[in-house]
Design a protein. Structure first.
Length: 317
């Protein structure tokens, strides 16, 4: 499911150091996460949990993107803490999507009994999942994250760590130069994952999706200092949307297996559940026919960061 709320760009500018840019990215996304905290306590607005989860993952992605300057051992604690936040929100998010999209979108397309019973079952599980979310938000561990992480980021505490000379040079580099190197590296990993890909191999498709997501996060971080990245991101998103459907099928299948565990044997519910998975798989295979076209469009798209660096457009080979 794509973000339905417009996300403000991180206010980076050319001339900013890598260290200052990382601090700004983390601050910007942490503030964004805090704005959704109250709404995450209930499913009255399912964007609450969604946006908190997205921003926690974006901050982890930022720490990963800047790893050549801030090594893993320096940021590991906060990467793990942000990963924990995302994991505690995951079950509620999966059930929100299942109810709002999986079930709601099938009401008129799947003329089988069992929809109401399955909805009731899913809502019961969602209630339990939101208890986990509220426990997260009220926990001492989360309170410490809210107190200590912003201070760590805003003070650029990584500058006080035991860094190599190369890493300190990276921290002082102009963010525009660093961004070009980072985008080149992330894009190269996408191309490696997608070259000679067996599109019927779910593991390979999943790995491509992961690399696309990392590239998109990096592109979004650097969009304010790289003209044309908004167009590039839209092209990347078209590829991600197809890969996302495959992921949705996997999540829905696992979720239904869990919902139907524990002796659930109502034949209508079982039949309707099977119909849901079958319908989603049909959608996926219809989209899969267009994978080569989307992949080629991405491969041949312009490198906007190279255009801004050299004054002319270049294309992938």
């Amino acid at each position: 499911m794509g973000n339905i709320k417009a996300r403000a760009q991180v206010p980076l500018h050319k001339g900013m150091t890598v260290s200052a840019a990382l601090a700004e990215i983390l601050r910007h996304n942490f503030d964004d996460m805090m704005q959704w905290e109250a709404k995450a306590r209930s499913w009255d607005d399912i964007e609450g949990v969604h946006q908190m989860r997205v921003t926690s993952r974006r901050m982890r992605a930022a720490l990963s993107s800047f790893r050549s300057a801030v090594p893993k051992e320096v940021s590991r604690h906060w990467s793990e803490e942000l990963g924990w936040v995302a994991s505690q929100l995951g079950r509620a998010r999966d059930l929100d999507v299942f109810i709002a999209e999986g079930l709601a979108s099938m009401q008129e397309k799947l003329p089988l009994p069992g929809a109401d019973k399955l909805l009731t079952l899913a809502e019961q599980h969602r209630s339990d999942a939101y208890e986990v979310v509220r426990a997260l938000l009220d926990s001492d561990r989360y309170a410490e994250i809210k107190l200590d992480f912003p201070q760590w980021a805003e003070s650029a505490a990584w500058e006080q760590a035991d860094l190599s000379e190369k890493q300190r040079i990276q921290l002082d580099m102009d963010i525009a130069k660093y961004a070009r190197k980072r985008l080149d590296r992330s894009e190269r990993r996408v191309l490696e994952a997608g070259t000679d890909l067996d599109k019927n191999d779910t593991r390979q498709m999943h790995q491509l999706r992961i690399q696309c997501k990392k590239l998109r996060y990096a592109a979004e971080f650097f969009s304010t200092i790289t003209p044309g990245l908004d167009v590039y991101i839209r092209q990347l998103k078209e590829l991600q949307d197809l890969l996302g459907v495959l992921n949705d099928v996997s999540i829905m299948s696992d979720l239904l297996t869990d919902l139907l565990a524990g002796g659930q044997s109502d034949p209508d519910v079982m039949r309707y559940s099977g119909g849901l998975v079958g319908w989603r798989m049909r959608q996926f295979y219809e989209l899969l026919d267009g994978f080569e076209n989307r992949w080629q469009a991405f491969v041949l798209a312009k490198h906007p960061w190279r255009h801004s660096a050299h004054g002319h457009g270049q294309h992938r080979r």
